[in-house]
Structures are given as structure tokens and as C-alpha cells.
Design a protein. Structure first.
Length: 294
């Protein structure tokens, strides 16, 4: 059993082996800038200090997975709960270096071998479940290289989604945030997406095939540009119930929340690696017009 001391030590050893270590990325440029009471510790996992990474829940059952390209560049990161066999979130960033281009989508869904086999999700979990394989980091979020795109098809980057939700309002939200990924709008865009899995009230069901189905989905987006307001940072969140009756709804305004509100709804501390004075300011409210909303 997982609660026994010997099993705990065994699982900790697995988690240590499953996630590689590497040097911090050079574009995490706010470290040491100011006091930060809630930043992730980076002694074990340097990538945990990246701005897009929420505060890690950690513990024995949560794995921090870093998906890298052959160049060593971080493609995106995941926090994976091995007991629930589900991810809490995927997080990534866009900047000039990894944006643009177009590669063919191969639709080759693959198991994540960084996760011990007994704790992975697979094709068999989705087959006959009634749910689609919903990308969290979307295929279209990673068109900069074939390798980057292929990694979005890992099962660890999937959450079960209703067909009309996945291809409807969720896709509309994904397309909206991609409109912000331009040199004119951002220097860097930091994105964290996921579905709620932490509490029973956040879950629709666990399917007979072993899939935990989130009741809500969320997106947290942080933009850094050359503005002098709040160090050039601004943030916006989306929070939406997982249903199939949105009928290709285009108006996303009803689902906008501040990051503070999103944190209360999800229990996740987003953008915790920002200096406190910037984090507090940008998470308190949403500048609707700055994001193109009225």
C-alpha cells in the first residue's frame, strides 16, 4: 500500500529517476528581483522555477515531468498524479524563438514512458469511455517543429473531454490565446492549462475504463511585454464547466476570471515564481481591454 513507509521510499525513488534535472532556462529573468514568499524550490528540479510553472503540489503521488526536445529546450511541463492517473496541469511558454511555422499533425498518440507503467493512461483507458483524448498543450500550440508537435500527443498531456466540448468552446479558447502569440502583443506568453482533479466535487466521474473526468477546465495566461506597468506583466484566466451544450459559443467573456479567482476555484497557485509585488498586482484583476475584451 502507498501509505506504508517502505512503499513511500520506493515511490520516492521512482519519482527521482523519472524526472531528469537540467540547468534553469535563461529566460526566467525575475529570480532575485524581489521577495517571493511562495516560489517553487529549485534545488531538485531547476525547471520548477520557470515562470509558467504553478506551485508544485509535490508529495509522493505527484510527479513533475519535464518534456524536452533533443536540443535540450524545454517544450512543456506536467504535474502528474500517479494514484489518480491524471494530470493536474500542463504548462508551456511562447516567445519569438518557438512560435510560427507549421508542421503536419501526425495524430500518433503515445504512452509516456517517464511515468511507471502501472501509473500511466493508455489507449485502452480512452477506448469505449465515451470521451475524446483532449490535448492540454494543443497540437497547434506547438507547430514550431515536428518533434515539439509529436510530444503534445503523449497521453500524459491528455484529459478526457466530451466531444462537443473539445471541438467547440475549448477549441475556441485555445484559438483565442493563440491570437495573443504575436511579436506585437508579447515578448513571452506563459500558459498553464488543465482540468480539475484534486477533489471529488471537481470530478464528473471515474469511467469503467479508469479515466478520471474533470468537471471544470481552466487556463491561466500571463503576458510579458515592454510596458512599464507592473513590470510589463498582465494576466487573465478562463474557467469553464465541462459540458457538451455550448453550441459553438464564441463569446468567452462569461468565462473570464482573474488569476486570484482562478486560484480560489482550483486550489492551484499560478505564477508563484513571480516576485510578490508583481504577482499580487497582476493576479488581482483583469484588464479586459488589454486582452481585447470589452
Amino acid at each position: 500500500m502507498l501509505h506504508k513507509h517502505s512503499a513511500r521510499l520506493w515511490l520516492m525513488a521512482i519519482l527521482t529517476m523519472a524526472v531528469g534535472l537540467c540547468a534553469c532556462s535563461s529566460d526566467d529573468d525575475v529570480s532575485g528581483e524581489s521577495a517571493n514568499r511562495n516560489a517553487n524550490k529549485t534545488s531538485e528540479y531547476p525547471e520548477a522555477g520557470r515562470i509558467e510553472i504553478p506551485q508544485l503540489r509535490g508529495g509522493v503521488v505527484n510527479m513533475f515531468l519535464v518534456k524536452k526536445l533533443s536540443s535540450g529546450e524545454v517544450n512543456y511541463c506536467i504535474e502528474w498524479n500517479i494514484v489518480k492517473k491524471a494530470q493536474r496541469w500542463s504548462a508551456f511558454r511562447w516567445d519569438k524563438s518557438n512560435s510560427g511555422g507549421y508542421v503536419k499533425r501526425e495524430d500518433n498518440f503515445i504512452e509516456d514512458t517517464d511515468i511507471p507503467e502501472i501509473y500511466r493512461t493508455t489507449y485502452n483507458n480512452y477506448r469505449g469511455s465515451g470521451y475524446t483524448r483532449g490535448h492540454i498543450v494543443a497540437s497547434a500550440d506547438r507547430w514550431n517543429s515536428q518533434e515539439a508537435n509529436r510530444q503534445t500527443f503523449l497521453y500524459s498531456n491528455m484529459q478526457p473531454q466530451l466531444y462537443d466540448f473539445n471541438g467547440g468552446i475549448w477549441a475556441n479558447m485555445e484559438m483565442k490565446i493563440r491570437t495573443w502569440n504575436t511579436d506585437a502583443f508579447r515578448d513571452t506568453l506563459y500558459v498553464c492549462k488543465g482540468g480539475t482533479i484534486d477533489h471529488s466535487s471537481d470530478i464528473i466521474e471515474t469511467t469503467s475504463t479508469g479515466l478520471l473526468v474533470p468537471k471544470y477546465f481552466f487556463m491561466a495566461i500571463l503576458c510579458k511585454n515592454s510596458s512599464t506597468v507592473n513590470g510589463g506583466y498582465k494576466a487573465i484566466g478562463f474557467y469553464i464547466e465541462h459540458r457538451d451544450d455550448y453550441i459553438d459559443e464564441k463569446d468567452l467573456t462569461p468565462y473570464i476570471v482573474s488569476i486570484d479567482q482562478l486560484e480560489q476555484l482550483t486550489g492551484i497557485d499560478f505564477f508563484c515564481n513571480l516576485p510578490d509585488h508583481i504577482e499580487d498586482a497582476v493576479e488581482a484583476s483583469v484588464a479586459y481591454r488589454a486582452w481585447g475584451f470589452q
